[in-house]
Design a protein around this ligand. Structure first.
Ligand SMILES: [Zn+2]
Length: 185
């Protein structure tokens, strides 16, 4: 009997996901990630990306992290580059530069040196033509109020380098789009 194998159509495409299913899958992916089930988490993030164009960059970046932690450093490069490229296309090149540097440092920490070097070189080439970030600008995020570690709505990790501030005390979750208030705000 012919049986459909849903795993086959997940990578970088497949059927679009509805809003409700998206939320369920998202929570599931975050849970799998925090339990160390990185490959399953990566597949879900990659599946969700095409359904949420505004947040796709973060889905690809998180899929990259999941693949990196699963030991698939080489495969993680495609996801990271896709995510960073999407940030640059949305004029968020400062964020792309900071996140890129963060990922390269993480690859170095995990001793995936060839991949760290490859991503670093890729990033440097992509960033040519964009001005260098000035010191006060680079320091700006540190002065922001403290954010919770996880989004209260979807459970996604809150990366201060990746979020967009809606105002002085609220950021938008990069995964589910809900507002997250800074602690003590
Ligand atoms: Zn969220």
């Amino acid at each position: 009997m012919w049986r459909r194998r849903p795993r086959m159509r997940r990578l970088f495409g497949g059927a679009r996901v509805g809003r409700l299913e998206e939320r369920t899958l998202l929570t599931q992916a975050h849970e799998l990630f925090s339990q160390g089930q990185y490959l399953q988490a990566a597949e879900i993030y990659e599946r969700l990306a095409p359904s949420a164009p505004r947040r796709a960059a973060s889905f690809y970046l998180q899929a990259g992290r999941a693949r990196l932690y699963a030991g698939q450093a080489e495969q993680s490069l495609a996801s990271f580059e896709q995510g960073l490229l999407m940030l640059i296309e949305r004029s968020r090149w400062r964020t792309a530069r900071r996140i890129g540097a963060q990922i390269v440092a993480e690859m170095e920490r995990l001793k995936h040196l060839p991949q760290a070097q490859a991503l670093g070189a890729w990033l440097q080439q992509r960033m040519m033509g964009f001005p260098q970030v000035s010191a006060p600008e680079a320091a700006a995020p540190a002065r922001r109020p403290r954010l919770p570690l996880k989004c209260p709505s979807c459970g996604g990790a809150v990366n201060p380098e990746e979020v967009e501030w809606l105002d002085g005390e609220t950021v938008e979750c990069v995964y589910c789009g809900s507002s997250i208030r800074a602690e003590g705000a």
